[in-house]
Design a protein around this ligand. Sequence first.
Ligand code: PXG
Length: 437
Amino acid sequence: MTEQKQSLESYWMPFTANRVFKKNPRLLERAGGMYYYTPEGRQILDMVAGLWCCNAGHGHPRIVEAIQTQAAEMDYAPPFGFGHPAAFEIADMLAAITPEGMNHVFFTNSGSESVDTALKIALAYQKERGQPSRTRLIGRERGYHGVGFGGISVGGIPYNRKQFSNSMIPGVDHLPHTHLIDRNAYSRGLPEQGIELADELENILTLHDPSNVAAVIVEPIAGSAGVLIPPVGYLKRLRKICDKHDILLIFDEVITGFGRLGHNFAAQAFDVTPDIITSAKGLTSGTVPMGAVFVRDEIYTEFMAQPGAAIELFHGYTYSAHPLAVAACKATQQVYADEGLFQRAAEMAPVFEDALHSLKGEPNVIDIRNYGLMGAVEFAAIEGRPGARGAEIIQKCFEAGVMVRVTGDTIAFSPPLIVEESHIQQTVETLKTVLRA
Ligand code: PXG
């Protein structure tokens, strides 16, 4: 659309202030490597990997080629009662990088679907193993688990729940969040304070009785809420309490999976093995929508032990293991391995950390936090206008050619794992200029 100005009216944009956007649109037309390009040809450094997903950088030729080839070879294959060989192949590939003992994977098309799938598997599993009273689910304040009814119910982001408050799934409770800015501001890596917040799980379990609880779901690092990093020992303690009461632990690794923390999964970074891992985003480097849910072998085995030969789980999507997604996933995983991108993320993490923390003392900065290639800078809110400062900062950064993510008055960073030191320096210099202006 070059000649005639494109109308923006028909498209109802997701999670966007449509009226604000349409007055001053931020359009992206092309991408390559670390950059987006606007329709006017302006180059924008992508410091968010799209939306925490393009871990291999944009337009990687091997991934592009794999998708193109697959589109020509077979567009679609039904996943119910039929299968195509590459889906089984990537399931094996993925099982090889998950934590020990998690060798089974259910495919979805998004993080939201992965979360709802994981919750359904957890509930069905409790029935299958003869514990049907275990129906309650426990999430966490400030948790983001997508936008399905299950996901918003266990999620803890007030805005995402407010319009649907009477339609949540029943029997959900929430742990307190772990963002202790007074005690942990400017932590590098895991914050020292707050392991005791995990003990709140014991209190919640006492209230409902553990025999009524199916699963606990947390993001190992909360992403959407502004990169909230778990206190030292916190996740291990959650694991211990879940074990004690025979409750499933679900890690929502939609953001933290596939190299973001310099490891395959946060489970390995933090040496805590959950029972179920949800994933999406980096699975295909954001190229084709896809999600995956990994389960411990005992869970899969329990379903397969059912008598008879009926369908074991009444769940699935038309596009589960879609051939284009499978092709994209296979190529992406090969690129990650061949180019050592997770290792690269681990190597760049200290550079990223030092650069981010150099923003300490800049106007209105009240906290800086980071782990792997995930980081955030939090700003003091403008009196009576929460979020206004954050929104202004990302707009100014965009105008200056750097894309960062905002949540409230927190700016988040999750660059593609191919990020170089010069990109990180450019980002920090841009932010300094914007903040001082
Ligand atoms: N779980 C987690 C931990 C996520 O980060 C989802 C589930 C849902 O994934 P889908 O693919 O259904 O969107 C996510 C998604 C943000 C932002 O502003 C983050 C996400 C999505 C949109 C915006 O930080 N994460």
